[in-house]
Design a protein around this ligand. Structure first.
Ligand code: ACO
Length: 323
């Protein structure tokens, strides 16, 4: 059977680092409050010349280099983002053009923080359906552009960045010993749409809007939703938490990550955490964390890796990959 195998990963971050202490004086907060409640110590913030398209392009080039490929080898780009450069055309098509790629096709996918997990699942289906052989899956965000910088309950939580992965058609036997995407579970439920949303849009206000979140409410639902969808993924693959080599969760809050891992029985040393360095970069958070753990040698060929995310909508999901 066809399997979608990871061939390379890459990342890109804006030049400017903003530390927690840099918020003191802007809003009533402290390094201590932010670090204690979220685990975040710093985030990267895009300059005017750094956009979702430019960061996505840089991450894509890094992933192609890591894979030993060029844009000519790619036939589909799936970009997960909630902060596109323009309402349309899709930022994925802009990235396609920036890469000098004038064949194949490209589109954006919007599932907020779950975007990358949705995008990997989508790319896997295109590959297994025979519509694409090599796919660039990108998560790129500039959430700093949709933050209300006077709202301390949200502005301290998010950061900008991009991560990318090249998936390539390979051969498998259908067992969980295969390399590639092995199982996925996706969920959404719009009854929660007012708990985490942007208060503008082309069809309503005609403006871009700002992010609004009932943090406590999101927190309340997060652990249960995350653990449910992961248990569904484990049972689809016929594995348990013990079989995992690495857990790469969405990087929103260290307390949510710790509570989810504990409930699932995933050992602390198997959890990849980058929320301290990047903050919550929405659809970029999982591929940024992956890139860090691949680059430092933790994630190696043959490892069983679980990706998970939860975000606005609500949307949530998990993907199991043998590296
Ligand atoms: N600095 C200091 N105090 C603050 C700050 C701040 N930056 N922000 C809020 N506070 C205050 C609140 O006003 C509140 O004060 P009060 O008690 O006088 O009313 C107090 O701190 C406690 O606020 P809570 O919201 O109850 O704090 P909590 O412990 O829940 O932490 C947080 C807040 C970090 C937002 C947490 O709820 C959280 O992480 N929620 C989940 C967010 C998340 O995971 N999002 C994921 C999806 S993101 C996406 O999809 C785009």
């Amino acid at each position: 059977m066809i399997r979608s195998v990871v061939r390379g990963t890459g990342a890109a971050l804006p030049r400017r680092i903003m530390k927690n202490a840099d918020f003191e004086g802007m809003v009533e907060t402290s390094d201590e409050w932010i670090a204690q409640r979220t685990g975040i110590r710093q985030r990267h913030i895009a300059a005017d010349d750094e956009t979702t398209a430019s960061l996505g392009e840089a991450a894509a080039r890094a992933a192609l280099d890591n894979a030993g490929l060029t844009p000519d080898d790619i036939d589909l780009i799936v970009l997960a983002t909630s902060t596109p450069n323009n309402t349309f055309p899709a930022t994925a098509v802009d990235i396609q053009n920036r890469l000098g790629m004038h064949h194949g096709f490209a589109f954006d996918l919007q599932a907020v923080c779950s975007g990358f997990v949705y995008a990997v699942t989508t790319a896997d289906l295109y590959i297994r359906g025979g519509l694409a052989k090599r796919v660039l899956v990108i998560g790129s965000e500039t959430f700093s552009r949709i933050l209300d910088w006077s709202d301390r309950s949200t502005c301290v939580l998010f950061g900008d960045g991009a991560g990318a992965m090249v998936l390539e058609a390979g051969e498998g036997t259908g067992s969980i010993a295969d390399r590639g995407v092995l199982a996925a579970s996706l969920r959404s439920d719009g009854t929660h749409k007012d708990k985490l949303f942007v208060d503008g849009g082309p069809s309503t206000t005609g403006t871009v809007g700002y992010l609004r979140m009932e943090g406590r409410e999101v927190f309340k639902h997060a652990v249960g939703m995350i653990t449910d969808v992961i248990e569904a993924t484990f049972s689809a693959a016929g594995i348990t938490a013990e079989d995992l080599d690495w857990f790469v969760p969405h990087q929103a809050n260290k307390r949510i990550i710790d509570a989810s891992a504990k409930k699932l029985g995933i050992a602390e040393q198997k959890v990849v955490v980058t929320v301290d360095l990047h903050g919550n970069t929405s659809a970029a958070s999982v591929p940024l964390a992956l890139s860090v753990a691949v680059a430092d040698g933790r994630i190696k060929k043959g490892d069983l890796v679980l990706l998970e995310a939860m975000g606005g909508g609500f949307t949530w999901g998990a993907v199991l990959v043998r590296w």
